[in-house]
Design a binder for this molecule. Structure first.
Ligand SMILES: [Fe+2]
Length: 190
């Protein structure tokens, strides 16, 4: 399946949260504006200030919805109501690449881990930033441009196991420890 998928993705894509299923669903390519952390500073809510993660292997998009709903509730973020959005993205992803399972992770992060640009040891990874500053990408152009995914949006990146030429697009988690706000991310891997 992944040989055939080779032509289906550039090195990265941004998937917008607004109605990903609407009008035939297109993955759009954007260049998010320059990094500006200040706009992401949010009022402090009750914080445990410990990284927390939940992992699950799922075999259908509806399981993604259930897992997202349950973990959002467990963390006190059910008001975000993003389980449908995550379901839709998982559904499209599984159809598009013809895959029947995904590793899912809901993670609340206060620390500065994964702050170096890297490529993950997976085939494909989709990272949705639900709260806090979005994932940063470093492109392979001469200027090594750094882009930041908008909060709420999803970035789809190739991993080391993806067939063909290794990806030149690196990603990292933004530094957040000085901001006093956590990040909440939902990651889906194949
Ligand atoms: Fe990563």
């Amino acid at each position: 399946m992944l040989e055939a998928a080779q032509n289906l993705i550039d090195d990265y894509e941004i998937i917008f949260k607004e109605n990903p299923l609407g009008s035939g669903f297109r993955y759009r390519y954007v260049k998010p504006e320059k990094v500006n952390y200040r706009e992401f500073i949010q009022p402090a809510f009750e914080m445990r200030r410990e990284d927390v993660r939940f992992d699950k292997v799922v075999c259908s998009a509806s399981e993604v919805r259930e897992f997202a709903k349950g973990t959002l509730e467990a963390l006190g973020f059910e008001y975000l109501r993003v389980e449908e959005q995550l379901h839709d993205i998982a559904y499209i992803f599984m159809e598009r690449f013809n895959i029947n399972c995904l590793n899912c992770r809901m993670e609340l992060i206060y620390s500065d881990k994964c702050k170096r640009f890297h490529v993950d040891n997976v085939f494909l990874r989709m990272i949705t930033t639900l709260l806090g500053p979005g994932t940063e990408l470093q492109l392979s152009d001469e200027l090594q441009t750094v882009l930041q995914v908008k909060t709420g949006d999803t970035v789809l990146v190739k991993g080391k196991q993806f067939p063909g030429e290794p990806t030149k697009v690196l990603h990292r988690s933004p530094k957040i420890s000085h901001l006093g706000t956590p990040r909440l991310i939902f990651v889906m891997d194949y």
